[in-house]
Design a protein around this ligand. Sequence first.
Ligand code: FES
Ligand SMILES: [Fe+2]
Length: 416
Amino acid sequence: MQASPTKPINIEWPTKDNSRVPFIVFTDPDLYDLEQKVIFRGPNWSFVAMELEIPNAGDYKTTWVGDTPVIVSRNAEGKIHCVVNRCAHRGSTLLFDGTGNTEDFTCVYHNWRYDLAGNLQSVAFQHGVKKVGGMPADFNVCQHNLTKARVETFHGLVFVTFSDETPSLSDYLGERMAAHIARVFHRPVKILGTYSQTLHSNWKLYMENVKDSYHASLLHTFFSTFKLNRLSMEGGVRVDGDGAHHISWSKRGTDSAAGTDYEKAGELRAVMDDFTLADPTLIRSWLEYEDGITHAIQSIFPTFVLQQIQNSLAVRLLIPRSVDKSELYWIAFGYEDDTAEQYDMRMRQSNLIGPAGLVSLEDGIVGNFIQRGIRRETDKSAVLEMGGRVVEDQQSRVSEAAVRGFWQAYRTRMGL
Ligand code: FES
Ligand SMILES: [Fe+2]
């Protein structure tokens, strides 16, 4: 039976507010299927690419919106298109190779050919062979285009949506989220490298982690030991879009640990005062932006992340693979006019992030720690009361407000 978005699946939410999250939302395969329809094919903007990845006419990139395979491409006029990577004939996947350059999309199976906008151009043997066979006379090529997504770009970031009801991208982002993207992309950037990693956890556990400003200096011993990011720094959380989007930020130059739990030796696992770096150049940095913010993580619902960790800049795209598996794509970047020294510092700091990063490897596994723990606990719930039970801006990062915001946005969309 097909569940409807308004009364989807029988999941009891323990509280009206978002201070409890039933574990079953991370393990229920029917809910996962419904998310694909309601969230990823519904009225939300999904990040798919940086324009820099497809700079020339004919460039394309294969990726996913949720678990729907798509092709993002730039046509001869420079316009960016996004289509489902599925032939309109019998459904074969069209492109397999990640990135490339082409004049058209030709399906391997029966050679139907599409332009980069997804319009069917030709059908092999449409009129048969020697007037025998072929398509019926009333077959209309124009009615068999690829499934197209709407495309909008903002500061070189390409977002797409399959719904006509999605508001404009600027309305969807809102002023503050747009301003933060503009802050980072304020001058031309260049890609330093890309990589991906498999996460053995539900996609929502990673998005919770990204929005969880409480964990950063507790899970990540590297952050607290080398004082790169601690809750004793000036910082806060902005929550926008009905809870859907967030930014957590801090200023390293304002750290003042006196009178905080960081001073109580032995109480916090994360503080290892007797550790030093054999090569301190690993974390050598400079103040990147005039506002003094040295650490800023932004998430745009559902699965886009923009990262500034000191001078390590990256966008991350999370792809759900199944109810308990996801893939995380990273694009690390710097600015076109970086000096050689700045480039060197960015590359060294990149050791903090990515699948084996001194910080990020912990984010990659902690979702699986949860996934393992909750497997048979489908009637239990997570507790989200740090910073109260509200979904609003926070003056402190000792808060789970942005995580509650995610659930507020999720529940509204899913009708839960
Ligand atoms: S499935 Fe693509 S041409 Fe037949
Ligand atoms: Fe983290």
